[in-house]
Design a protein around this ligand. Structure first.
Ligand code: ARG
Ligand code: ZN
Length: 844
């Protein structure tokens, strides 16, 4: 059944207050609810339907009188009075057998919940929709020592806890946790002087991995006060780490629940990248308190209202904490790899979709990351001051409400006086716009002509021109910046922008800071790109120049069997030597476009990519870089080693990313000795894993892998790395075989989403390995997706996206992938989640 945005209707009743009692039991939990309803004056129809799935109704009452509602698989319907009334019900649910990890479930003996998007309806009968907001009081009865829910604690007695959340919220923000947990605690004093107790709740053995998360939480709370003027609004803020979790984390009011991989960190077990990601996710969930919780979404079509904005906020936070330039480049790499890929394939959808079958399938990179890009463009267009004013108005006007994208846009229109109707197309038109650039120079006037091109996406054949902010700067041939960054607003299909009074034809730096999520086509010579790599003042475009040179030489090697471009090698070498550039930035310069990225480029140009060929040519270029820059790489490796105690700060991790990028190249030519030495000496996971990866990449590291397994077999998060490393880095012809063997390993717990994702996510990230022409990668994944779907639809559906590029490839690979998709689709009792994803992929 398809749900449409255009069908929105308010619920017939207002929920005045909710009281819930939980009598916890692994298979027979009783949930007793008492809910005050009153007719909603804004609703046309007063139908009383409550969502409810997978539960047994024990009793139901309206105003104290027993009733017998009409029950279906989706919920219940009853005759309700046209006046305020009290609804009471008692239901029984079974957390232990809830393997979908949605609603109330158990993970390693602890009770926990995941209600977004529509999980609350698996807990009790309720109008489970985000525009129904209410105040919750929760009583938990259990012998377990720690009993948590949203809001502030009211009382803790033997076997009973009571929580009250004074802030009205939709049911998707409900949470409950019960278990044998211990807390790592601290506190934060808010800008108005209120002391808030902070806790990270974990199992005893993980207590040593909480310190970083707690500090990150304090930094997030401070940042949201300083930058957005947002203060925390409860007496306590609790975070719980859970091992079995479908996603990264969840912003439940006052009780954030985290996948343990997204909060637990220690130098011995976590890499620099893990630390940075944990800091960002803690910030993200915390920031939701205002953008998501205090102001929530009217319906799930508005998901980007909270997610796009909150991702934008966490990206700004990371930039402030670390390096804006590096963060922008990281985000652009990610966006192109994942969101552009989604846009180019059968699953393309607008930032605000207009229909869905299963909302969980729309927690996508398009909604999240492209949604964040749209906020960034809006900020760039109106300016920092106007953005701040608009946000103040947004919080002022909509606090306590369930809002829409229209409300969001209106706030900017009202506070700036701008007409944003054309800008709003970013929310409704799917696909990545292409911007073609041409230029001319005459009589001191330089003209830049920009043309926007929109390719069709599923359900959208033609598109209108959009507002595209293109940040541009001009450099003189001697390397001076003669026109500093200016934002050109491309609003028509084609527009020319002129700059006069110039002495010579400048070198343009276009789409600075990646000012719009578009594909830029600009005919620049290698010489101009080398010039920009050396002289551009915009960090993003400086890096972009190097990346384009790398991409061009790779494409030339792949399609024309060309030799690696010697000028590129020389330009790269001089850039990485430049000690005025931060090490993390130079590490990024040493990165090459991925196999998937190159396949995307080739497919975009109408060619049929061969992942094995791409992989081989990419290897050839890596070797050429390693040989050409041999001495420089060795110098960098030794000069930037971080001495002393490990710290995950931006400067030290930047140095490690540079030395480890160098190590990967050095290992291609030194037989692995440097990496072996680093592995043996490592006292932190970053150094250990980088060395191990370098060795596996050249077909070595067998002993080290065994040693690694031996030392870390009792640490599940490190064992996840052990699995993913082997499938992600295997040679193309070995990857699916290695993956298959690993599925037989005793530690492969396929019911745990992290473990499943580490093995298969590793395999599918290994583009050449997954696309083995014998089809073994496809078949293996399909076998396991079919198996997983029966117990966990959400994670299964998400992982089917590995097949979303199937139309890019040659007839043989296409036929194999289509065959596997059809096999999945034909599975008996396939979940709605997976059915929707696979049928969309086959249809388009
Ligand atoms: N709101 C959460 C976040 O952005 C994600 C929850 C997604 N859950 C889901 N079942 N789709 O951090
Ligand atoms: Zn979020």
């Amino acid at each position: 059944q398809t749900i449409y945005l255009s069908d929105y209707k308010p619920f017939g009743y207002i929920v005045e207050a909710v009281e819930l009692t939980f009598r916890l039991h692994p298979t027979q939990t009783r949930v007793i609810s008492k809910i005050k309803f009153s007719p909603n004056p804004d609703a046309k129809d007063g139908e009383f339907f409550l969502h409810g799935e997978n539960m047994t109704l024990i009793s139901a009452k309206i105003n104290g009188a027993d009733i017998s509602p009409e029950i279906s698989a989706e919920g219940l319907r009853a005759n309700a009075p046209n006046d305020p009334f009290v609804w009471e019900s008692e239901v029984e649910i079974s957390p232990e057998t809830n393997t979908a990890l949605e609603g109330l479930y158990m993970s390693n003996g602890m009770y926990c919940t995941q209600c977004e998007a529509e999980g609350f309806r698996k807990i009790t009968y309720y109008p489970d929709r985000p525009d129904v907001m209410s105040v919750f009081t929760v009583r938990i009865e259990s012998d377990l020592p720690v009993l948590l829910s949203n809001g502030n604690p009211v009382k803790m007695d033997n076997g009973v806890a009571e929580w009250h959340d004074p802030w009205p919220k939709p049911a998707y923000l409900f949470a409950l946790v019960a278990g044998e947990l211990v807390n790592y605690s601290g506190d934060f004093t808010t800008m108005s002087g209120k002391k808030v107790d902070l806790n990270i709740w974990v199992r005893e053995a993980d207590l040593g991995k909480c310190a970083f998360g707690l500090e990150a939480l304090k930094r997030s709370m401070k940042w949201d006060e300083d930058v957005y003027g947002r203060e925390y609004d409860l007496d306590v803020f609790n975070i719980v780490a859970v091992d079995d979790f479908n996603m990264g984390a969840m912003e439940n009011k006052g009780l954030n629940i985290f996948n343990s991989s997204c909060v637990l960190a220690s130098p011995e077990t976590s890499t620099d990248a893990n630390f940075e990601r944990i800091e960002a996710i803690i910030a993200h969930e915390y920031f939701h308190n205002w953008t998501g919780n205090r102001i929530t979404c009217r319906d799930w079509f508005q998901l980007c209202l909270k997610e796009g904005l909150t991702v934008f906020r966490d990206q700004s936070f990371t930039g402030d904490m670390r390096s804006h330039a590096v963060k922008r480049i990281d985000d652009a790499i990610m966006l192109r790899a994942r969101q552009f890929r989604e846009d180019q394939g059968p699953l393309a959808h607008p930032v605000r979709p207009e229909s869905f079958v299963e909302i969980n399938n729309f927690y996508t990179v398009t909604v999240y990351e492209k949604g964040a890009e749209v906020i960034g463009m809006l900020k760039r267009l109106v300016g920092d001051e106007a953005y701040k004013k608009a946000l103040d108005l947004y919080f002022d006007r909509h606090d306590g409400e369930a809002a829409t994208i229209e409300d969001w846009i209106k706030v900017f229109e009202d506070s700036t006086g701008r007409d944003l109707s054309q800008f709003k197309l970013w929310y409704s038109q799917a696909g990545t716009p292409h911007v073609h650039v041409s230029d001319s120079f005459e009589d001191g006037t330089y003209a830049l002509t920009l043309r926007q091109v929109h390719k069709p996406s599923p359900g959208q054949d033609t598109k209108k021109p959009m507002v595209i902010p293109v940040a541009v700067g001009l450099l003189s041939p001697n390397g001076d910046e003669i026109v500093p960054t200016t934002v050109l607003e491309l609003t028509e299909e084609e527009q020319t922008f002129t700059f006069d009074g110039l002495g010579a034809k400048p070198i343009p730096s276009v789409l600075r800071d990646f000012s719009a999520p578009v594909v830029l086509h600009i005919d620049q010579s290698d010489k101009d790109r080398e010039f920009l790599l050396a002289h551009d003042t915009d960090a993003f475009n400086k890096w972009e120049a190097g990346r384009t040179l790398a991409r061009n030489t790779l494409i030339d090697m792949i399609t024309n069997n060309a030799e690696p471009n010697a000028d590129f090698l020389a330009a790269l070498e001089s850039a990485i030597k430049d000690e005025s550039l931060e090490p993390a930035f130079r590490a990024l310069l040493l990165g090459l476009p991925s196999v998937d990225d190159l396949a995307q480029t080739l497919a975009g140009a109408g060619e049929t990519p061969d992942p094995w060929e791409i992989h081989a040519e990419r290897d050839r270029l890596k070797r050429a870089i390693a040989e050409h820059c041999n001495d420089t790489l060795a110098d960098l490796y030794f000069a930037h080693q971080v001495q002393g105690e490990y710290s995950p700060d931006a400067v030290s991790s930047g140095k490690r990313s540079l030395t480890n990028a160098a190590l990967a190249y050095i290992t291609l030519v030194d037989g692995g000795q440097t990496a072996q030495r680093q592995f043996a000496a490592a006292n932190n996971m970053t150094q250990e894993l980088a060395a191990l990866s370098a060795l596996i990449t050249i077909g070595m590291g067998e002993e080290e892998l065994t040693d690694f397994h031996h030392r870390w077999q009792n640490d599940r998060l490190v064992m996840d790395k052990w699995f993913s490393l082997q499938t992600a880095l295997a040679a193309p012809e070995d990857a699916s075989g290695i993956a298959r063997r690993l599925t037989e390993h005793a530690a492969f717990d396929w019911k745990n989403p992290n473990r499943f994702r580490s093995l298969f996510g590793g395999l599918t990230s290994n583009t050449a390995g997954f696309h083995n022409p014998d089809g073994s990668g496809y078949a293996l994944l399909a076998d396991w997706l079919i198996k997983l779907d029966a117990i966990n639809p959400q994670t299964t559906a998400r992982m089917t996206t590995a097949f979303d590029t199937w139309k890019r490839y040659d007839a043989e690979r296409q036929a194999q992938m289509r065959g596997e998709l059809e096999r999945i689709l034909g599975t008996e009792n396939l979940s709605r989640d997976t059915y929707e994803m696979v049928s969309r992929m086959l249809k388009a």
